[in-house]
Design a protein around this ligand. Structure first.
Ligand code: PRX
Length: 648
């Protein structure tokens, strides 16, 4: 589809949306010309216990990176997400839960949520969880995940959520780095009709060295499955929560007090603990939710992301609840028990706003009309996409089939680090082009720079950077401010480096082209090649490994791993399966390599650096475009790899 294919905003849509194009342009200009005045006003979208008098205090100066928003204000996140709605909508559903099995659901009103969160907050307090303590959550997609998050925020504890698909190894790494005092988990999760052994994984994680910072494990009995019990350490959620008072005064938090840590992959090293703070994050999540999804009273909003990812934080829990919306939390997968499950859930709950990932859309598209069979999806008003570039074919299918050619698609570009959406269409304001994330949100100043950091003008492609801060920006990497500066502010001085490349067209629209570093995006899950390589080389038979991304029809990117065995070891179908299983166990199923390439040697420069550029070309079958190979220490390695690739 050509980029000239434009879907203009209809007059009718502009009329009923919160913002028109004229309003967007005027407000955007105001937000850039005077961020203090703009955000000073917009910060009032929240209830403050102590109003702020300062709005923005940020420096991108090398050596002095510091980001502060609303820094003398005080507020509480759970009070903003729950208490302030009680008077006007206490009986409105806050969380609509749809189980893995279609016959299981729950509606939790704001009143009920308040009660549950207060009781669980008191239960945490009874375990001596204090303001600033880190609490690790390894939860299934049940309402208790949101209750636990909100309870942490109510008492000022800092949550660190680990995605339920990660391995014991990965849980342990995050517990150790964040020094978590408590772990909250469930006996099991359920996905696609199968149990997920959450408690067993936590038990295994806590056997690893360095995890003795954990004092207690709180276990929610979800499936009732059989789990091991450590009398001294494990606590039953229900037993410690039921006797607690239904009132718990929210703790006043400074705007810059830590709210949560969320680990994400970088191009090197172990996952990084992205730290978000209280005031700016919530202002930004609340504002973006409202305008990007054009939230209006009565909407039923469904974000399919897991709470373990940033989308699950900002747009499943905090953004929607701070706006007093009804947010649907789905335990299952889009194609279970039927291919049309996603559409069935939309019809069952009259979902008006749907936010999902291109990988899910492509998986459904591959099933054709079965994905919408027997459903009308008439309630839908707006569709959203997040996590990876959406190819125009998938965009068109989403628009035509799921949205009945009547719902605008907001293709939202952002990152764990950005806290909220930075580049996105706004439903009543932005003409759409399939495949483009279009224009910046208020206060966001994207730019494209060349590899020397020179700002490029006009219609051009380059490295995507941000020239100034926005309230939802991460503040630091937990306990590692140096790495924060190094990762995000050293490549191009005075600007935030996103790690993504983008193109800007004649209309000023941004088209994200993907990562420019060694980070992969597999089914919208972000993974560092270095992490997978380190899992591979920890296998006793593997000497060396190099991982690259290759295009994958459903997953966006697939994982292609070059593996060199120790001398004396030989490849075999059994070892192939064993190595894949090994990575699964080390990191989690999402990191399982799609292709293993047994390589006798890897292409290196004379100084011993692996030439990934060449490996990428060989993996994608473009060995006729290897580029400059003059720095190769041993060119015959490349010929051998090309030969092996052809035989795969
Ligand atoms: O490469 C971009 C891609 O996902 C990366 C961020 O991943 P993560 O921190 O896990 O957050 C995902 C959810 C916000 C980005 O650097 N990405 C995210 N959204 C888009 C995207 N690429 C293209 N288009 C998008 N809409």
């Amino acid at each position: 589809m050509s980029e000239n294919h434009v879907y203009p905003v209809s007059a009718e849509l502009a009329e009923k949306s919160l913002l028109t194009n004229e309003q967007y342009l005027a407000d955007y200009a105001a937000s850039i010309n005077d961020p203090e005045a703009f955000w000073g006003e917009k910060g009032k979208i929240l209830d403050w216990i102590k109003p702020y008098t300062k709005v923005k205090n940020c420096s991108y100066d090398p050596g002095h990176i510091s980001i502060n928003w609303f820094e003398d204000g005080e507020l509480n996140v759970s009070a903003n997400c729950i208490d302030r709605h009680l008077a006007s909508k206490g009986d409105q559903v806050a969380i609509l839960w749809e189980g893995d099995s279609p016959d299981q659901d729950q509606s939790i009103t704001y009143n009920e949520l308040h009660k549950r969160v207060c009781q669980f907050s008191n239960a945490l307090k009874a375990q001596d969880v204090q303001k600033g303590d880190v609490v690790c959550l390894y939860m299934p997609m049940t309402p208790e995940a949101a209750v636990a998050m909100l309870a942490c925020t109510r008492i000022g504890a800092v949550h660190s959520i680990v995605f339920g698909g990660f391995s014991p190894e990965a849980i342990a790494g995050r517990i150790i780095d964040s020094k978590s005092k408590i772990v909250i988990t469930a006996d099991e999760g359920r996905r696609g009709g199968r149990p997920v052994p959450l408690k067993a994984n936590v038990d295994e994680a806590l056997e690893k060295e360095g995890t003795d910072c954990v004092e207690k494990v709180i276990v929610f009995k979800n499936t009732g499955g059989d789990v091991a019990w450590h009398e001294q350490r494990d606590l039953d959620w229900e037993t410690i929560t039921a006797p607690q008072s239904e009132q718990c005064e929210p703790t006043a938090m400074n705007a810059e007090d830590p709210l949560f840590i969320l680990y994400t992959s970088g191009s090197t090293g172990t996952p990084k603990g992205v730290l978000h703070t209280t005031g700016g994050y919530l202002v930004y999540a609340t504002m973006t939710f409202k305008y990007v999804f054009d939230y209006q009273e009565g909407d039923i909003y469904w974000c399919t992301a897991d709470v373990g990812w940033i989308t699950g934080h900002s747009y499943l829990v905090y953004g929607p609840l701070a706006n007093g919306a009804t947010t649907l939390l789905f335990e299952g997968v889009p194609t279970y028990p039927t291919t049309a499950r996603m559409s069935e859930v939309v019809d069952k709950h009259n979902v008006t706003l749907l936010y999902t990932a291109p990988t899910a859309i492509r998986a459904l598209m591959a099933k054709g009309d079965d994905a919408i069979k027997g459903t009308s999806r008439e309630s839908l008003r707006i569709l959203g996409s997040v996590g990876e570039p959406i190819n125009p074919e998938a965009w068109e299918w989403y628009y035509d089939k799921i949205g009945n050619k009547s719902c605008p698609i907001v293709d939202t570009w952002w990152q764990t680090e950005t806290g909220g959406i930075l580049i996105t269409p706004l439903p009543g304001a932005t003409d759409l082009k399939p495949g483009s994330a279009t224009r910046p949100f208020f206060g966001v100043q994207p730019a494209l720079v060349d590899n020397e950091g020179v700002i490029l003008e006009g219609a051009i492609e380059g490295n995507l950077v941000m020239l100034d801060s926005w309230p939802g920006q991460m503040r630091t990497l937990f306990n590692n401010h140096d790495r924060f500066e190094q990762t995000y502010f050293s490549t191009f001085k005075g600007m935030y480096t996103t790690g993504d490349g983008a193109r800007r067209d004649e209309d000023g629209y941004y088209w994200i082209t993907g990562r420019v570093d060694d980070v992969l995006n597999v089914s919208g899950h972000r993974m560092g090649t270095a992490e997978i390589e380190s899992a591979l080389v920890s296998h006793p038979k593997i000497a060396e490994a190099a991982v690259v991304g290759v295009p994958h029809e459903i997953k966006g990117q697939g994982i292609y791993a070059y593996v060199t065995l120790n001398s004396g070891e030989f490849s075999s179908p059994e070892l192939y399966a064993e190595v894949k299983q090994w990575v699964r166990k080390e990191i989690g199923p999402i990191a399982t390599p799609d292709i293993l390439h047994w390589a006798e040697g890897l292409p290196k420069t004379r100084s011993g650096k692996i030439m990934r550029r060449i490996l990428r070309k060989i993996a994608t079958g473009e060995s006729d475009q290897l580029g400059d190979t003059s720095t190769l220490a041993d060119p015959s390695v490349v010929d051998q790899l090309i030969k092996e690739n052809a035989e795969l």
